[in-house]
Design a protein around this ligand. Structure first.
Ligand code: SME
Length: 155
């Protein structure tokens, strides 16, 4: 991982551990990722609500996609596949639901607990092929840290 990614992971890890509840943990996560990683033009979390993804905290321009059915878009595909999806060129992917005309690439990482999807991290970049193996590693670790917070968010 690059120094930048390591620094982001340390900051997010500390913030999640210190967060009093899931909402604060999610807000801190998107803010710190956006702050430390300049390529992250839009950084958000969707929460699974029945068969739909519901937009939670985000940093970036407002998205028209506040609710996305499972199976639709890259976001819905990641839930259906229970796997990270990296799209180097969103304009070449027929699944892509446009949020901003400037977006070129996207990564979506499911947040899972005991094999159940609770939500996902969704990051867009204005740079083509912006997301590397370092981003995937970072975001999959962040998703694993968030999972227990989201799993206990009823209380
Ligand atoms: N691009 C996503 C939709 C969400 S916006 O990027 C915020 C998708 O294709 O599912």
């Amino acid at each position: 991982m690059t120094e930048r990614h390591r620094t982001a992971l340390e900051a997010v890890t500390a913030a999640i551990h210190a967060a009093p509840d899931a909402q604060h943990a999610m807000e801190q996560t998107v803010q710190l990722l956006a702050k430390h990683l300049p390529d992250y033009t839009w950084t958000g979390i969707y929460l699974l609500d029945g068969n739909e993804l519901c937009l939670g905290p985000f940093v970036g321009k407002p998205s028209p996609h506040t609710r996305i059915p499972v199976g639709r878009g890259i976001c819905g595909a990641a839930v259906a596949e229970k796997a990270t999806i990296v799209v180097d060129d969103v304009n070449a992917d027929p699944r892509y639901l446009a949020c901003s005309i400037e977006t070129q690439s996207e990564i979506v990482v499911p947040i899972m607990s005991n094999g159940t999807v609770l939500g996902e991290l969704d990051i867009d970049s204005d740079r083509r092929a912006a997301f590397t193996g370092d981003d995937r590693a970072l975001l999959e670790q962040v998703a694993a840290l968030l999972a227990p917070k989201l799993a206990s968010r009823q209380g």
